[in-house]
Design a protein around this ligand. Sequence first.
Ligand SMILES: NC(=O)c1ccc[n+]([C@@H]2O[C@H](COP(=O)([O-])OP(=O)(O)OC[C@H]3O[C@@H](n4cnc5c(N)ncnc54)[C@H](O)[C@@H]3O)[C@@H](O)[C@H]2O)c1
Length: 257
Amino acid sequence: MPGRLEGKIACITGAGSGLGRAIAGRFAAEGATIVAQDLRVGSAEETVGLLPDGDHFAQGGDVADPEAVAAVFAAIDERLGRLDVQVNNAGVDRLPGDGFDRMLAGEGAQIRLMEHAAFTRMLEIHAGGTFACTQGAVGLMRDGGSVITMSSIAGIAGWGPVHYSAAKGAILGFTRAAARELGAMGIRINAIAPGVIDTPMTAKVDDAMLAPMISMTPLGRKGTADEIASTALFLASDDSSFITGQWISPNGGIVTV
Ligand SMILES: NC(=O)c1ccc[n+]([C@@H]2O[C@H](COP(=O)([O-])OP(=O)(O)OC[C@H]3O[C@@H](n4cnc5c(N)ncnc54)[C@H](O)[C@@H]3O)[C@@H](O)[C@H]2O)c1
């Protein structure tokens, strides 16, 4: 039986770790050719090395840098000539100067300790990166396509520091507005808003800090990267052919709006 993404070309940012690596693996197993993009190009190359044989390749670059993003899509155009699926997954939850460590040390609320540059850099990576990568991707979607953005329950319900929650909320607004513009081109765009998922990002967080969230989660555990890959596969494939401008939140039930 052909895979659900047989013959499709998919670019995944932040593909060198966690959710991006799991999505790359699932999409490739379903027949897609993968462009694995990451700030750390070596980790993207490692992801490509884990995939079944194909024309997959890795690209480096910071998604917050429009020139670096333009180079990624120029390389895709040159090597593969088109794109069908774009997953805007790259992201961070902490930045130097964001006051997290000082908050943990008992100096007070993080919002009072955060430097302005840390706030705007977070928006540049998540909102700016999502904008630039979507812009680059849709230019190569010659026969419609699917764009997936990566928000968070932080963007829906404020489960996160203010820079991260603001950035993840911006991604939801972007996704809704872009859906209105892109529908006429046969391009769908939807957001995934995960809860707490077991990846290198959350492994950095002390279990004691996550315990209250887990105890408020009806399913009583963290999600797995594979569970997010399943959601991404649904949104990338024709199984979701009438869905655009929406968010879906695999979160174990902690947020139910
Ligand atoms: N893990 C969770 O619980 C969770 C929950 C909700 C949302 N998310 C979001 O899912 C996405 C993936 O998270 P993860 O848990 O896999 O994290 P991760 O840290 O394991 O992986 C993130 C990847 O993104 C890359 N990256 C970071 N900044 C980049 C940039 N400027 N340009 C290009 N690549 C960059 C990193 O190098 C890394 O390989 C992020 O957007 C994150 O905010 C994660």
